[in-house]
Design a protein around this ligand. Structure first.
Ligand code: NAD
Ligand code: MG
Length: 413
């Protein structure tokens, strides 16, 4: 099927593809995924094991400089041009270059490297990811927003330049691992799990009043604030359903979501003979990151080992559509396709900004996204928009503008 692009061309690789990756870059190094990546690289020996080309961040300049120095990176890039002077000052005398802005991020992604962690949050991760793939660089993709927005563009770019995309989202890494050695045609269904987020057990009528602080604490995973809130609303799982479709090429009807409060089974792959292959592990992103960093080998990773006897039981439930309206919106997006993913992601990002800033209620986020999707798909050719960075950026801009309009104009969100 897509084994030319995807690494799970199911016969396990006969031999390692040359020497282990040595030149790496970490985009979004100061974030949750980025810090976990830095941790693994340092544990593996840091500069003695990997040559770090670029590290990037946004507002936390002091931490970005520390990481650049610890890994002896060639260049540190902040997305925020206002931070350049501070970054230069922090790196003075180290010989590490400092740069800033979107163009500098893309330039850093174009520097020759074997492996790049795409750990920027949001649409901003797309352009550097495409630039890296166009150089033939392996992209370890945590930035799910770029697959949701531009899946076909990413896969085509990878195919054209002989580059690989390795999944880093825990569910997708789990599916990927369950597929090693399997025929894609033997797959019947894929089940990705969801913890249910911070409000899994709240009465439905309390959800509208949920605060940002309440939504920002995850029962199992320690992640960035945005993805944690998206876990409470299940917008994160909605993105991941689309991500599963785009990355592996499964039909929407083959992709299921299961609420699993313990977050230990990350995904299951069901085969035509009825077998289910489940991937279990502690909820620690260093597993999926480490798998992508060492693929196709496995390396020792500093993650907790599950003691199933001590855990005793694991539980599962079907997601409640009334509690998690984002999941039905994901189905709509997959039915429309084209630029619908870009619209969905952008409207979601704008609605999330609104929630964090106190302008939208927790339950209003889904309403905003639903309205923007309805307005932009009504009578338009949303499904036929060609996948180019320009077209998708345009759809992204329009969806954000409409979302802000919905938030400003309506008291009911
Ligand atoms: P985070 O907020 O902790 O970190 C985001 C990183 O991106 C930071 O380095 C930040 O400086 C940088 N950044 C923010 N805005 C930027 C912009 N406009 N331009 C360039 N850089 C910018 O986020 P995170 O939780 O690490 O998530 C990163 C990505 O990984 C997201 O796409 C998320 O969905 C995905 N992901 C995260 C986890 C997790 O456990 N945290 C799990 C699965 C997938
Ligand atoms: Mg995930």
């Amino acid at each position: 099927m897509r084994s030319d692009v995807l690494a799970f061309d199911t016969s396990a690789p006969a031999a390692r593809p040359g020497p282990a990756p040595r030149r790496i870059s970490i985009f979004g190094a100061t974030g949750s995924i980025g810090e976990s990546t830095v941790d693994l690289v340092l544990r593996a020996g840091g500069p003695a094991a990997y040559h770090t080309v670029a590290v990037t961040g946004a507002r936390n300049i002091a931490r970005l400089a520390e990481i650049a120095i610890a890994l002896r990176a060639e260049v540190a890039v902040t997305a925020d041009p206002a931070g350049l002077a501070a970054l230069r000052a922090a790196l003075a005398g180290t010989g590490i270059e400092a740069a800033a802005g979107e163009a500098a991020l893309v330039e850093a992604a174009c520097r020759p490297a074997d492996w790049i962690m795409s750990g920027i949050v949001g649409f901003a991760g797309l352009a550097p990811g495409l630039a890296a793939l166009a150089q033939g660089t392996t992209l370890a993709l945590a930035n799910k927003e770029s697959l949701v927005t531009a899946g076909p563009l990413l896969l085509e770019t990878a195919a054209r330049h002989g580059a690989r995309i390795l999944p880093v989202d825990s569910e997708h890494s789990a599916v990927f691992q369950a597929l090693v050695g399997e025929e894609m045609t033997a797959v019947e269904r894929v089940i990705i799990t969801a913890s249910g987020g911070a409000f899994r057990d709240w009465p439905l009528d309390r959800l509208a009043g949920a605060s940002v602080a309440e939504a920002s604490s995850h029962p199992n995973w320690d992640m960035g604030q945005r993805i944690t809130i998206d876990s409470a609303s299940m917008f994160n799982k909605a993105l991941e359903v689309i991500e599963t479709r785009e990355y592996f090429g499964f039909e929407p009807a083959q992709i299921e979501v299961l609420v699993h409060p313990e977050s230990m089974v990350h995904a299951l792959v069901g085969f035509r003979d009825g077998a289910l292959m489940a991937h279990l592990g502690a909820p620690d992103m260093r597993h999926a990151i480490g798998y992508a960093l060492n693929w196709p080998d496995r390396a020792d990773l500093p993650v907790a080992r599950l003691d199933l006897a001590a855990i005793g039981r694991l539980s599962f439930a079907a997601p409640d559509p009334a509690r998690y309206p984002a999941l039905a919106l994901a189905r709509e997006v997959m039915a429309i396709r084209g630029a619908a993913g870009a619209v969905f992601n952008a409207a979601k990002e704008a609605a999330l900004d609104g929630f964090i800033e106190g302008r939208v209620r927790f339950t209003g986020m889904a309403t905003v996204v639903e309205r923007v999707l309805a307005r932009m798909s009504a009578g338009s050719g949303l499904g036929n928009v060609a996948f180019s960075l320009d077209n998708l950026s345009e759809a992204d801009r329009e969806a954000r503008a409409l979302a802000r309009e919905e938030i400003a104009a309506r008291a009911d969100v």
